[in-house]
Ligand binder design. Sequence first.
Ligand SMILES: CC(C)(COP(=O)(O)OP(=O)(O)OC[C@H]1O[C@@H](n2cnc3c(N)ncnc32)[C@H](O)[C@@H]1OP(=O)(O)O)[C@@H](O)C(=O)NCCC(=O)NCCS
Length: 174
Amino acid sequence: MSANDANNMEISMEKTLIVAQLRRLNIDDLPAVLEIERRSFHEPWSEESYRHELSTNPIARYWGVFIEEQLVGFAGYWLILDEGHISNVAVHPDHRGKGLSKLLMAAVISECRLAEGRRMTLEVRESNTTAQTLYIKFGFSVAGQRPGYYSDNNETALIMWADITDMDVQQLLH
Ligand SMILES: CC(C)(COP(=O)(O)OP(=O)(O)OC[C@H]1O[C@@H](n2cnc3c(N)ncnc32)[C@H](O)[C@@H]1OP(=O)(O)O)[C@@H](O)C(=O)NCCC(=O)NCCS
């Protein structure tokens, strides 16, 4: 993996034949983000929330993965002191199972480390074993629970943490 500049990254995944680009998202990406969000979550975040995330929230950093210049997935986190709080990871349903969320996780973890982040955390639904498998692959483990955290079905959130200081992100992609 190499960082071309603060906003672009090249990550190689030799095992796939997909050519995908990663870059930091901005307010121009809002419509495509909302479409993926809507297709990915029962309770999607509002347009206003993402407008704030992509334009005015000073601690928010969002990365997108593109195929043929089309946004097909995104991941974001908030950098708070030396901690990265992952807010969302989503891949368009038509592009799942191609390793794209691994590229996104690699991007946010790499950037967080460059910004001197040492640990990352996230919340995930207890029933979302697909996402949990992804996070475990990237060194996250369950450190606690928030019962009834999700208001739509009263589901428990698992709180996961990872120490990213010595993580070999490129190795984790394979
Ligand atoms: C979770 C999500 C982001 C995964 O995206 P993806 O691009 O399809 O995932 P990848 O192809 O990169 O797979 C990454 C890893 O996730 C796991 N995984 C992916 N699909 C899986 C499935 N159907 N069943 C079990 N594990 C799965 C595997 O461990 C996989 O690694 P591997 O290919 O080395 O075995 C995607 O399913 C999604 O957008 N879901 C809806 C939104 C969501 O739940 N986001 C997480 C909120 S906390």
